[in-house]
Design a binder for this molecule. Structure first.
Ligand code: ADP
Length: 634
């Protein structure tokens, strides 16, 4: 096919524009991005070779060639290569989920923050355009005889041309470098031997394949060109801990994850004995855009005897720890292990348990030693991590002990241990209130009785919290530390005397309240289990309670997603001391036409205070207006 021109996908073009006008001040990183891509391509070719013995042997190598006269820098690999179609797809578009959101966010940020955002997003190949006016990529895919050339100056379009050849499969990326110019922020000459040496040893030393560069040396007054390997290729996880600098861990993390933000912590695994393995795990500082939504992102890479086997090996880590990234390397597995048999592999199970234990320990240490960092972790990953309470009953207690919650009395996060320290001696357990929205929870009428008595309540606003309350209330394994859902009718904080006094008071009002109940059940029996007089609130007129632990917030979530779950009937509690409820009782007695309007408004406002979205907002407004019109005599 002759040379053809294509437009970059819109998002790709936008990202390129950002790169060219670089918001990113550290331009050096282009080299590690390209080397990292080359290294991945070599890994992929090696795996193909493992799967298919017929394929030719090869000596994996990344080769860097500098040309001072032409001002080019070339990074070549003999890896898996790309077809014409792949060149267009991989380099002409961005498949990363979250790209649109990222670009929208980046546009509205100032330069400094853009840099942070880019860091989080990772731009890979496109970083080449920070230092190059033009980029050419010549590639030949493993198993194909033809090659293809991609060319672009980054300004919106690229060309693909098949009228080229390449001796072996692999990819050659040639950068036509921008001039060194302080104004354009290019301060280094990337054709200089020492500049490249320095960058490789700084950013890419651990790359498992040799990074080779021809260099000129003087011998006996003669210039000779000789190949030199620039990296030590030492797997970072086998080096003694004391020899590895924090910076090296961070670089390795970047290579592994393409996340440019430093990780919060790293964890070394080192097991010897019946099963021996080594590993290096990281706790990232922020969740990538797609982590919560996409269970396939993230994960641990499996190596066997220093050789990369697969990405995202789910069997090595429980699902609720899937935000952990890293490498696990074992000598006790066979090199041609397949994904299918991993699950039943006893070695893998041993590794998983050991990694899990280490991660728990590390998180505990972090919680005790560095609260600020820990809260970062918690803000980023709690929604995934807390599912462990449900999924892994054996470790539910560990997870709850690592959990942080908002509470009714304190700003910021509180751990169970801290809550326990502040508990009153007569508390029946840990008081909890779940809902969709923290602000709504804070002003819930259900808190009023607890506040009046000085009891602190955990406010749980993540979707998983309600599931925990329903399914794992005993997870802490201590009778005094049961999670008690204060939305439940059965959870009471009244003493016997108070109960007796309240019963007496409610008895007195029984007759007057009977018409309210009767008419309310007639009007709203489809939504209500019961209507009850109450003395538990101090300021609010009404709230909704439940007779059993149901998933009411989940119901809301489903509804927000466009589904129509069967609504669960609830109990409407009316504060008989409140003037509006007093009025309601009068209205019921006198068969006032506004009774249902007022009742429905009280019901709807209770829902609103739970952060729920009303299913019929128009009828709420209509009723409100009718009642106000009447009240104001308008
Ligand atoms: P990322 O590496 O984060 O996926 P890049 O923009 O760096 O993003 O690369 C996009 C894709 O292009 C890679 O995922 C890979 O499939 C392909 N690619 C890039 N460089 C090479 C290379 N040297 N050899 C083979 N494929 C490559």
């Amino acid at each position: 096919m002759p040379e053809e021109r294509f437009e970059f996908q819109t998002e790709a073009a936008e990202l390129l524009k950002m790169m060219i006008n670089s918001v990113y001040s550290n331009r050096d990183i282009f080299l590690r991005e390209l080397v990292s891509n080359a290294s991945d391509a070599l890994d992929k070719r090696r795996i193909e070779k493992l799967k298919n013995a017929e394929l030719a042997d090869f000596e994996p190598e990344i080769r860097i060639i500098r040309d001072k006269d032409k001002r080019t820098l070339t990074i070549a690999d003999n890896g898996i290569g790309m077809t014409r179609g792949e060149l267009g797809r991989y380099l002409g578009t961005i498949a990363k989920s979250g790209t649109k959101e990222f670009l929208a966010a980046a546009k509205s940020e100032n330069n400094n923050n853009q840099e942070n955002l880019i860091g989080q997003f990772g731009v890979g190949f496109y970083s080449a355009f920070m230092v190059a006016e033009r980029v050419e990529v010549l590639s030949r895919k493993l198993g194909e005889s033809g090659a293809c050339l991609f060319k672009s100056d980054g300004s919106g379009s690229y060309t693909l041309d098949d009228a080229v050849t390449r001796g072996e499969c692999g990819t050659t990326v040639t950068l036509h470098l921008k001039p060194v110019n302080q104004d354009s922020n290019i301060t280094k000459d990337y054709t200089d031997e020492w500049v490249i040496r320095d960058l490789i040893s700084k950013y890419s030393d651990y790359i498992a394949w040799p990074i080779v560069m021809p260099v000129t040396r003087h011998k006996d007054d003669q210039e000779v060109v000789q190949d030199e390997t620039l990296n030590s290729q030492k797997a970072i996880w086998v080096r003694p801990e004391k020899d590895v600098k924090e910076e090296e861990y961070n670089e390795f993390y970047r290579h592994l994850t393409h996340d440019w933000k430093e990780p919060l912590a790293h964890i070394r695994l080192n097991a010897e004995g019946a099963t021996s393995f080594k590993g290096l795990l990281f706790i990232p500082s922020e969740a990538p855009f797609d982590l919560v939504m996409d269970p396939n992102s993230g994960g641990i890479s499996l190596y066997i005897n220093r050789v990369f086997i697969m990405n995202d090996c789910k069997e090595l880590i429980p699902e609720y720890m899937r935000f952990i990234r890293g490498v696990i390397d074992s000598d006790d597995l066979s090199l041609n292990i397949s994904r299918e048999i991993l699950q039943d592999e006893p070695v893998i199970r041993v590794i998983k348990r050991s990694a899990q234990r280490k991660i728990f320990n590390e998180l505990k240490k972090l919680l005790e030693a560095d609260r600020e960092k820990y809260e970062k972790f918690w803000n980023s990953f709690r929604q995934i991590f807390k599912w462990g309470v449900i999924q892994d009953s054996e470790h539910a207690k560990n997870i709850l002990e690592l959990a942080l919650f908002n509470t009714s009395d304190h700003d910021g996060w509180t751990s169970i241990a801290e809550y326990k320290g502040r508990m009153k001696p007569d508390q029946a357990g840990i008081y909890c209130l779940a809902g969709r929205d923290l602000a709504a929870l804070k002003s819930s009428p259900k808190l009023e009785a607890f506040k009046a008595k000085g009891y602190e309540v955990l406010l749980m606003s993540d979707a998983v919290d309600e599931v925990i309350l329903v399914n794992a209330a005993d997870a802490l394994g201590d009778e005094h530390l049961k999670l008690l859902n204060i939305s439940l009718d059965s959870v009471s904080i009244q003493s016997e005397d108070e109960k007796k006094a309240a019963e007496d008071e409610l008895k007195d009002i029984e007759a007057k309240f009977a018409p309210v109940k009767e008419q309310a059940m007639a009007a709203m029996g489809d939504k209500l289990e019961d209507v009850r007089p109450s003395l538990s609130m101090t300021d609010s007129p009404a709230c909704l309670r439940d007779t059993f632990n149901g998933l009411f917030q989940m119901e809301q979530v489903l509804r927000a997603m466009g589904q129509n779950p069967q609504p669960q009937k609830r109990i409407l509690e009316l504060n008989i001391k409140h003037p509006l409820v007093k009025k309601l009782m009068d209205m019921a007695e006198s068969n006032d036409g506004q009774f249902t309007n007022l009742l429905e408004i009280l019901y709807d406002q209770s829902l609103i205070l739970e952060g729920a979205v009303l299913s019929e907002p128009a009828s709420f407004v209509k009723r409100l207006n009718e009642v106000m019109t009447k009240a104001f005599g308008a």
